[in-house]
Design a protein around this ligand. Structure first.
Ligand SMILES: NC(=O)c1ccc[n+]([C@@H]2O[C@H](COP(=O)([O-])OP(=O)(O)OC[C@H]3O[C@@H](n4cnc5c(N)ncnc54)[C@H](O)[C@@H]3O)[C@@H](O)[C@H]2O)c1
Length: 319
């Protein structure tokens, strides 16, 4: 799937899922602008480069062109200036925007299990300023460029945590709002042929997730809730393969406004994870049982037994 000649932006790509998506877009030949705060050292930098600059180098090594730009996505002036610069660099061409930057993983893990009324209310801003408000601003600036050429793809990196309670109140509200943002922007962008979707990766083995759930020898931490679920999760590049498949699909407008589970896209487009494995799907019965802690029963249910999407929505409906 070649994306040669395409211009992409991935926000928050110094590590985690943003990095994985940026690498896969680069591998497909795209020019990829990646953003992150300055200075931001990667968790394991040996070369004196920031994590962001390392990602840009790796994109270029893989065949694309990686361009690192320091942008704080909590600062809307920096965001606006960044989009103006990209528009100028490429005479008004922007094909792909991946809204991924997220500032809240550490705050969420530090406040796990605390009810909202005992948590500092400013956690709302930590979770949703970069993870929701900024995505709206980025989408406005990207859409203004894309509609001129009557094409484009915007992907919001969301989560199944938008479906029902997970982690904390601010998190779930932000994710559900992000999915609604995709749906409502899709209505207004449909006649301009710009596709907007939310993707839901499953559990992903990011650097921060590994620190939380793995021992130094790589084995899952004993007695830590969900350690096994994350140990069997996606690599950061699997959502990237999903994005590349969507970007290369001439019929992607059929999907605009929808929530897309990464593993469903893997089945549809015929890709597996970079380690050769098909990760679990959050609609699969075995995954749901494992999430509930019923590991023995989960092990005997084959992975392909899945609940239909409507069944999951119906199960969480409050109407
Ligand atoms: N990790 C998972 O298992 C998982 C699963 C499903 C969905 N998600 C979603 O994927 C998204 C990314 O999560 P992640 O796990 O990769 O997080 P992460 O913390 O590993 O990465 C977030 C990225 O955003 C950047 N960032 C943070 N604040 C920024 C700011 N102010 N300006 C610019 N860049 C900033 C970070 O530097 C980093 O590159 C989130 O929306 C998350 O909810 C994660």
């Amino acid at each position: 799937m070649s994306l040669a000649g395409k211009i992409a932006i991935v926000t928050g790509a110094s590590r985690g899922i943003g990095r994985g998506i940026a690498l896969q877009l680069g591998e497909a030949g795209a020019t990829v602008y990646i953003t992150g705060r300055k200075p931001e050292q990667s968790l394991n930098s040996e070369h004196g480069l920031t994590g962001l600059e390392e990602t840009a180098e790796e994109i270029t090594k893989r065949g694309g062109k990686g361009i690192a730009r320091f942008v704080d996505h909590a600062n809307m002036d920096e965001v606006k200036n960044f989009f103006e610069a990209v528009e100028q660099d490429h005479q008004g061409q922007l094909d792909i925007l991946i809204n991924n930057a997220y500032q809240a993983v550490t705050a969420i893990s530090e406040n796990m299990g605390k009810p909202f009324y005992e948590t500092d209310p400013f956690i709302w801003d930590t979770v949703n300023n970069v993870g929701l408000r900024n995505h709206y601003f980025c989408s406005v600036y990207a859409s203004r460029i894309m509609v001129q050429r009557n094409k484009g793809l915007i992907v919001n990196v969301s989560s199944g945590g938008g479906l029902r309670y997970l982690f904390n109140v601010a998190y779930g509200v932000g994710k559900q709002a992000l999915d609604r943002l995709s749906a409502d922007m899709a209505v207004e962008l449909a006649k301009k042929n710009v596709c907007v979707v939310s993707i839901w990766p499953g559990p992903v083995r990011t650097e921060l997730v590994d620190k939380m759930f793995k021992n130094p020898d790589g084995t899952p931490k004993e007695g830590v809730k969900n350690a096994m679920v994350f140990a069997n999760g996606e690599t950061v590049e699997y959502p990237g393969r999903a994005v590349v498949a969507l970007a290369a699909d001439p019929r992607r407008m059929d999907k605009t406004g929808r929530i897309l589970i990464t593993e469903d896209l893997g089945r549809e487009y015929g890709f597996v994870d970079i380690d050769g494995v098909t990760p679990p799907n959050m609609r699969s019965v075995s995954f749901i049982l494992q999430h509930l802690g019923w590991n023995t029963t989960a092990n005997i249910v084959p992975n392909w037994v899945k609940l239909p999407g409507w069944c999951i929505w119906a199960g969480t409906s409050r109407l």
